[in-house]
Write a protein that binds this ligand. Sequence first.
Ligand SMILES: [Zn+2]
Ligand SMILES: [Zn+2]
Length: 108
Amino acid sequence: MSTAVTAALDLLPLPEFHTLSQDQVRGATCVWDGVGLSSATAIDLGERKLKRVGGRVSWFPRACRRCALEQAMNTLVAHSQTCEQCVDDSNLCPTGSGLVRAVREARR
Ligand SMILES: [Zn+2]
Ligand SMILES: [Zn+2]
């Protein structure tokens, strides 16, 4: 997966951390619907930081293809409705064009 796609997947909003199971936190199951993942089916959502007492903790959520596609499309629609740059030309907006690539990547 290219870095541009990974950067866009970093933008996808995740469920509240405290609602997730241990398996979802360690990337064994989809962070959205809890479906079991293998390295062949999982989509990496990038490193996330968690604010904890005493510092920040990194975690690496993963998702199934179906959820990643759905979330990427929802985020793209929401972004393009509020971004002036995307109304003008989404190719010039790193967020907009990144999300378009993320949707394409998840659709494969
Ligand atoms: Zn899922
Ligand atoms: Zn934009």
